[in-house]
Design a binder for this molecule. Structure first.
Ligand code: GDP
Length: 194
C-alpha cells in the first residue's frame, strides 16, 4: 500500500458524532499499551499521527483517519488502562460494542495481542463480539522483536490456547523492525476489497 495522504478526521464516542459513512473502514482494537498506535503509525508511515498511550485523553474515544481519500482507519480506545477512572472504563464496552454493531462501512477489525501476555478476559470478550457480530478479524501479535526467533513457537502457545485460533490466523508484527507490516497491509487491503 502506498500511503499518499493520511488525515485525522475526528474523534467520536457515539454514532451521531461519527464521520459520514462514505468510505470502507478498518478498526484497530487491543488493550492499552499493546502497541496499537505504533502499528497504525507504522502502517501509515507517520511517526506521530496517532497519539500513544501516554496521552490518554484522546485515546478514550474512537479516532477516525482518512487514508488516500479512499478508506478509513479507526483507532478504537484501548481497554484495561489502569490510570483511567472506573466511570470511563465502564463506557468502553458500550462505546465499542455500538460501533461494531452499527457502523455500516466496517469491513474488518485488526485485533492486537502482545506476544508476552496471555490474553485476558477483556481480550477474549472482544474476540467473542467479533465472532458473534461476524466482523472479519485480523489477529496481530505485536512486539515480536521482544522474543527470540527460536522461542517464538513456545512463546505463542498460550495465546493460541486461550483464543482457540490456529497459528496461521495470526500475523506477527514489530514496530521496531517493521516485520509483518507488509503482511498486515495485505490483509487490510483484502478486507477492504481493494
Ligand atoms: P498503545 O497504547 O496500544 O497505542 O501502544 P503504543 O503504540 O503507545 O506502545 C506502547 C509501548 O510499547 C511504547 O513504549 C512503544 O514504544 C512500545 N512498542 C510498541 N510497539 C512495539 C514493538 O513492536 N516493539 C517494541 N519493542 N516496543 C513496542
Amino acid at each position: 500500500m502506498h500511503v499518499c495522504s493520511a488525515e485525522f478526521l475526528q474523534s467520536a464516542n457515539r454514532p451521531d458524532s461519527y464521520p459520514p459513512a462514505d468510505w470502507p473502514e478498518i478498526a484497530f482494537a487491543g488493550r492499552s499499551n499493546v502497541g496499537k498506535s505504533s502499528l497504525i503509525n507504522s502502517l501509515l508511515g507517520r511517526r506521530k499521527l496517532v497519539r500513544t498511550s501516554r496521552t490518554p485523553g484522546r485515546t478514550q474515544l474512537l479516532n477516525f483517519f482518512l487514508v488516500n481519500r479512499a478508506f478509513c482507519l479507526v483507532d478504537l480506545p484501548g481497554y484495561g488502562f489502569a490510570r483511567v477512572p472506573a466511570a470511563v472504563r465502564r463506557q468502553w464496552g458500550p462505546m465499542v460494542r455500538i460501533y461494531l454493531e452499527t457502523r455500516p462501512t466496517l469491513r474488518g477489525v485488526v485485533w492486537l495481542l502482545d506476544c508476552r501476555r496471555v490474553p485476558n478476559e477483556e481480550d477474549l470478550q472482544l474476540l467473542d463480539w467479533l465472532e458473534e457480530l461476524q466482523v472479519p478479524t485480523i489477529p496481530v501479535i505485536t512486539k515480536i522483536d521482544k522474543v527470540k526467533r527460536s522461542q517464538r513457537v513456545r512463546q505463542l502457545k498460550p495465546i493460541l490456547a486461550a483464543t482457540g485460533l490456529p497459528a496461521d490466523a495470526f500475523s506477527v508484527f514489530s514496530a521496531l523492525s517493521g516485520e509483518g507490516r507488509q503482511e498486515v497491509w495485505e490483509r487490510i487491503e483484502e478486507a477492504l476489497g481493494l
